[in-house]
Ligand binder design. Structure first.
Ligand SMILES: Nc1ncnc2c1ncn2[C@@H]1O[C@H](COP(=O)(O)OP(=O)(O)O)[C@@H](O)[C@H]1O
Ligand SMILES: Nc1nc2c(ncn2[C@H]2C[C@H](O)[C@@H](COP(=O)(O)O)O2)c(=O)[nH]1
Length: 207
């Protein structure tokens, strides 16, 4: 059976993942898998006290994404149907390595690998990079109340963690194809030509 592309859009908080994944889903007629944010009962508490709530939050994200990935495999990939997601499962580890410590991090790593090592992984990653000011501006624009007090130092650290995380994924075998987008300069929302260029680049990667 022909292999169907599994595309993940990644980047730090506010980079534009959901926006771009939704636009590409419409343009390329691909179903979209979106992460669960608003229904997450721990996000609010997490931003008020990261040390207190990080384990619950990371486990919640992990379990939700595990279920979504399982469904994605059954509903689309095993039927050779392409799919686009607004995250890569590896994002769990990028965040957990930053928010967890000690024995909780050790336990989390084991559970992460147990759950995800044999799961389907995206073969194409669209990585949106953006600097702190751009991300803070977009987070303000999105206006989720629980994100407004986010410590800029946390976001700045995540920008670096993401660069390392995507580099790590690029070195895996088989290596995913990675399209990096400069989110400071490329405005796929307002600039149609720039969006079309991304569509054309993605089509090339799919072939
Ligand atoms: N290229 C862009 N130019 C301007 N605004 C953008 C752009 N990409 C995203 N946005 C806006 O920034 C906010 C965050 O985008 P979102 O897609 O939710 O980011 P993410 O899923 O990466 O956290 C939204 O309000 C969205 O409309
Ligand atoms: N600690 C973690 N926080 C996460 C994780 N995945 C998402 N998030 C947070 C970041 C945002 O406040 C919100 C939505 O994420 P977006 O990147 O889509 O804006 O949820 C995670 O795994 N751990």
């Amino acid at each position: 059976m022909k292999h169907a592309p599994f595309i993940a859009v990644e980047g730090p908080i506010g980079a534009g993942k959901t926006t771009l994944a939704s636009m590409l889903s419409t343009e390329l007629h691909m179903p979209i898998i979106k992460e669960i944010v608003e229904e997450n009962p721990f996000l609010d508490k997490f931003y008020q006290n990261i040390d207190e709530w990080s384990f619950q939050l990371e486990m919640f994200f992990l379990c939700n994404r595990y279920k979504q990935l399982e469904d994605t495999g059954l509903q689309y990939l095993e039927k050779a149907q392409p799919v686009i997601s607004d995250y890569h499962i590896y994002k769990n580890l990028i965040f957990a390595e930053r928010t967890l410590k000690g024995i909780k991090l050790e336990k989390y790593r084991k559970i992460y690998h147990l759950l995800t090592d044999d799961m389907p992984k995206p073969d194409i990653i669209i990585y949106i990079r953006a600097d702190l000011d751009t991300l803070l501006g977009r987070i303000r624009k999105r206006a989720r109340s629980f994100e407004q007090e986010m410590d800029p130092a946390y976001l700045e650290q995540l920008i670096k963690d993401y660069d390392k995380g995507i580099q790590f994924l690029a070195e895996q075998s088989p290596a995913p194809r990675i399209l990096t987008i400069d989110g400071n300069e490329i405005d796929f929302v307002e600039n149609q030509a720039q969006f079309e260029q991304i569509v054309s680049d993605v089509k090339e990667l799919i072939q």
